[in-house]
Design a binder for this molecule. Structure first.
Ligand code: HAM
Length: 416
């Protein structure tokens, strides 16, 4: 029986993986420009961390976690998202004790047992950032802007930024009641999902795609914000304006995870079937203390790499910026073969992307390989050339051929 990959996972093969490498490189490059440092945390953590961090009543914790008992009978879970683990590491390593705030980023696999569809997998990858230690609204705007610039620089168009404020715990408690008063009379007419959300997390009801048309007159959370929350939100918008980051305020935007306070935001774009969210995040001022750390605020985002890759493909953006092969070496004769081994190693040492034949094929087949690999040059070494200390260098685009000294080959390829 032949094996197949698990449902909801992907093999990233050569030809596709180059796009991923470019996108990841962009994430690293941008994080560096914004002065975010990389953090790598374990792919599995104690189950309890996610229950407390992400929230017991969220879909993620209730239905989607890959949880198992290890051989020591401890309950472990493959991380369904990045924030909880980063917060745990921030607390455990006492990063809060440092004089400057902690600005961190990560790229890696996450796991959720969801029903797979385009842009939704069981193993997926996120580029995420988390900034700890500042309540200043300029950091909210900075995080939003980083994700916005990332999408722009990878070459995506039509990405919208939606922002909202979901206030603090008091604001949400009072809004929750106002919203329930509005929803109660229509409860029986709402879908099953909405009805269960009404009990668990009424704020998420407004997110429902099925019943959207019934919520026209729903109260807005922005009207429930107190002065402090309103001021914070106003300043976030001012900072975004200052950077020229375009956004829309969506007062119905509530995120699916429990830890958010104040700013919540999403990056959206059309093009992946029914899914339009490609990333999201927000502020989480109570999370660090909820998992046993000091009372430190935080804010961050997670962007789905599969969704970025799908959109790039959909929009016809060629994000693969890897140069093709520089040179393909062809040896004619036994003596030349030894010399090619040496030449190839020297070229590679000098930074040239170089390849040769390993299957003892005829010269014609080797030339075809060079073409398939999109080599810029082919270089042919026969015994005659070897005796003269030269090699025939052929430019495959123009067909032009010249002889260069063996020791000058790397230089010639780099220049030409
Ligand atoms: P999230 O909204 O659950 O937030 O996920 C962020 C992004 O990860 C989504 O917008 C989507 O692009 C991608 N994603 C989520 N689930 C899947 C899936 N099953 N298949 C493919 N892509 C998926 C978080 O995870 C928060 N930790 C973000 C955050 C960081 N908030 C503050 N800091």
């Amino acid at each position: 029986m032949a094996f197949q990959k698990p449902t909801g996972t992907q093999d990233l093969l050569p030809g596709t993986v180059e796009t991923w490498q470019t996108v990841e490189q962009k994430a690293r490059d941008l994080s560096r420009r914004f002065n975010y440092k990389e953090i790598r945390t374990p792919i599995f953590e104690q189950t309890e961390l996610f229950k407390r961090g992400v929230g017991e009543t969220t879909d993620v914790v209730e239905k989607e976690m890959y949880t198992f008992l290890d051989r020591g009978e401890r309950s472990m879970t493959l991380r369904p998202e990045g924030t909880a683990g980063v917060v745990r590491a921030y607390v455990e390593n006492k990063l809060y004790g440092e004089p400057d705030i902690s600005k961190l980023y990560y790229i890696g696999p996450m796991f959720r047992y969801e029903r797979p569809q385009a842009g939704r997998q069981r193993q997926f990858h996120q580029f995420g950032v988390e900034a700890f230690g500042a309540t200043d609204p300029s950091i909210d705007a900075e995080v939003i802007a980083l994700g916005y610039l990332f999408m722009k620089e990878v070459g995506l168009s039509g990405v919208r930024v939606e922002i909202n404020s979901i206030g603090n715990a008091d604001v949400r408690a009072s809004y929750r009641q106002t919203l329930l008063d509005f929803l109660m009379p229509m409860k029986e007419t709402l879908c099953k999902d909405c009805q269960s959300r009404m009990e668990r997390n009424p704020l998420r009801v407004l997110d429902c795609k099925v019943d959207q048309d019934k919520f026209g007159g729903a109260p807005s959370i922005l009207d429930s914000l107190d002065e402090e929350c309103t001021t914070h939100f106003t300043k976030v918008k001012q900072h975004l304006d200052a950077m020229g980051v375009e956004y829309e305020v969506n007062s119905r935007l509530v995120r699916g995870l429990d830890y958010y306070t104040h700013t919540a935001f999403e990056y959206k774009a059309q093009g992946i079937g029914a899914i339009d969210t490609i990333g999201g995040g927000g502020r989480y001022n109570g999370l660090v203390s909820a998992i046993g750390g000091p009372d430190q605020p935080g804010i961050g985002f997670g962007i789905g790499m599969e969704r970025i890759a799908l959109l790039l493909e959909k929009q016809g953006v060629n994000a693969n910026n890897q140069p093709p092969l520089d040179i393909y070496l062809i040896a004619l004769g036994e003596q030349a073969e030894d010399e090619v081994t040496k030449l190839l190693f020297n070229l590679r040492t000098a930074g040239v992307v170089a390849e040769k034949d390993y299957q003892c094929r005829k010269m014609k087949a080797q030339m075809k390989s060079a073409d398939r690999m999109q080599a810029r040059f082919a270089a042919i070494l026969g015994d005659d050339e070897l005796a003269r200390g030269e090699i025939a260098l052929k430019d495959l685009a123009t067909g032009e051929q010249r002889f260069v000294k063996l020791e000058e080959l790397a230089q010639a390829v780099k220049q030409g």
